[in-house]
Design a protein around this ligand. Structure first.
Ligand SMILES: [Fe+2]
Ligand SMILES: [Fe+2]
Length: 222
């Protein structure tokens, strides 16, 4: 049986993965061409990561799901401890990333430009690798465990809580106040020439709503 809370977690993971991969691809394209990235778009992307995955998705797991799985085995508790530490680390890491982007943007007209670009790209790669590994552990160890041990009552409680606090861009039509943010991000991804699965994964059913006012996707370069 599929539970709403698990579907929401998986959608939000897909959205975060897509965003992290998109930022990495965008940066790689600009480095390859020796150009500066669209800083407004990059800021919008990091704002998204900070606003929803960091402030909404990870706290939901820490407050609602993980406590229901605690105390079942020493191994499970060790995995949950690791994931909790990573949630806490993520909050610091996103601040560091946002500062590095500000440094890159502010100093991009000076001799420090390439040094600042290197620093931001390095932090971004670490952050992306870190969270992709984190979500892999959740999807391969924690979600299957939850599916096998939680009761119907616990699922009802979790599903209600997750449905009330979901990422406004992941897996459903974007909520009204976030549509401009979503448009900025979609436009930047079109510009980078690397779309396909990342965009599809990012917004789920929200994407077709923007077909009329977003530029046509360019095919990935061979
Ligand atoms: Fe998590
Ligand atoms: Fe997660």
């Amino acid at each position: 049986m599929t539970h709403d809370s698990l579907t929401i977690i998986r959608h939000e993971h897909r959205a975060l993965s897509a965003m992290l991969r998109s930022i990495t691809l965008l940066l790689r394209e600009h480095r390859r061409h020796g150009t500066l990235p669209d800083f407004d778009a990059l800021q919008a992307m990091l704002f998204y990561v900070d606003e929803f995955p960091e402030k909404l998705h990870h706290p939901k797991e820490s407050r609602l799901l993980f406590p229901k799985l605690r105390g079942r085995s020493v191994q499970t508790d060790a995995v949950l401890d690791r994931l909790e530490r990573e949630h806490a680390h993520g909050e610091c890491a996103i601040r560091e990333l946002e500062h590095a982007l500000l440094g890159f943007r502010t100093m991009s007209g000076t001799a420090q430009c390439e040094m600042r670009r290197d620093k931001f790209e390095q932090l971004m790669r670490h952050y992306a690798d870190f969270y992709l590994a984190h979500m892999h552990v959740e999807e391969t160890q924690i979600l299957p465990l939850a599916e096998s041990v939680l009761s119907a009552g616990e699922w009802a409680e979790l599903d209600a809580a997750f449905l009330m606090n979901r990422d406004p861009l992941a897996g459903h039509e974007a909520e009204e106040p976030y549509k401009p943010l979503f448009r900025t991000i979609v436009a930047a991804l079109h510009g980078c020439g690397n779309l396909g699965s990342v965009l599809e994964a990012f917004a789920g059913t929200a994407l077709p709503m923007y077909a009329d006012d977003a530029p046509a996707p360019r095919r990935p370069r061979p």
